[in-house]
Design a protein. Structure first.
Length: 210
């Protein structure tokens, strides 16, 4: 597992962010994944012009949002436990990882008319990996008690960015089939492929920081 990143350089982040914006275009949101960014380093992201951040862990999101508040928009991008839904909903613009019936139940109890979520899809059918199977997606969306605006996926890791292309293309086709606008796909190693395949949100970590 990667360790926490210390000594972030706002100028380097700003340059990396600008490069990503030039390639991605104006219609793609760039989300800074902050799993490995310590609480005290978040100010470097704000100084660099980062506007949207995504956190993987509920307790870290709570702590960082308490400290940095309206400096960013906040999304939750990690594995979503149903018992965390109630606390996360007021803190997040968007949850990217809805994928279980127990989470749907909690969304029904604690979500509101303005609650917006993405459904995580296991497009590659990887065993032991979170996400709804593509063939079960329609029924899952029908049962979601809040607004599903899009889909998210994390394809199998590969050193070759092109290996992600068929998975991103499949997610795009699923979104088109269900008339969903948001596509959260692409991380530091394959985000340019994700953009080519229709991503509307890319989740960048080291591509911004290093």
């Amino acid at each position: 597992m990667a360790g926490l990143i210390h000594g972030l350089d706002p100028a380097k982040i700003a340059a990396n962010l600008e490069r990503a914006r030039e390639i991605a275009g104006p219609d793609v949101e760039i989300l800074a994944a902050t799993k490995y960014v310590p609480l005290e380093e978040m100010g470097a992201l704000a100084e660099a012009g980062v506007m949207l951040v995504g956190e993987n862990r509920q307790q870290e999101l709570v702590a960082k949002r308490e400290r940095w508040g309206d400096a960013f928009e906040w999304d939750f991008i990690g594995n979503l436990q149903s018992r965390k839904v109630k606390q996360l909903l007021p803190l997040c613009r968007l949850i990217h990882s809805v994928a279980t019936d127990s989470v749907l139940e909690q969304l029904g109890k604690h979500g509101g008319a303005d609650t917006e979520v993405l459904v995580e899809v296991n497009v590659a059918g990887e065993e032991g990996k979170g996400g709804v199977a593509p063939e079960e997606l329609e029924f899952f969306i029908e049962r979601c008690p809040v607004h599903v605006s899009g889909l998210m996926t994390m394809p199998p890791f590969s050193q070759d960015p092109e290996a992600s292309r068929p998975h991103f293309a499949r997610l795009r086709k699923l979104a088109e089939k269900h008339k969903l606008e948001r596509l959260s796909m692409g991380t530091s190693q394959d985000w340019e492929i994700a953009v080519e395949e229709g991503a509307t949100i890319i989740r960048l970590g080291t591509a911004l920081y290093i």
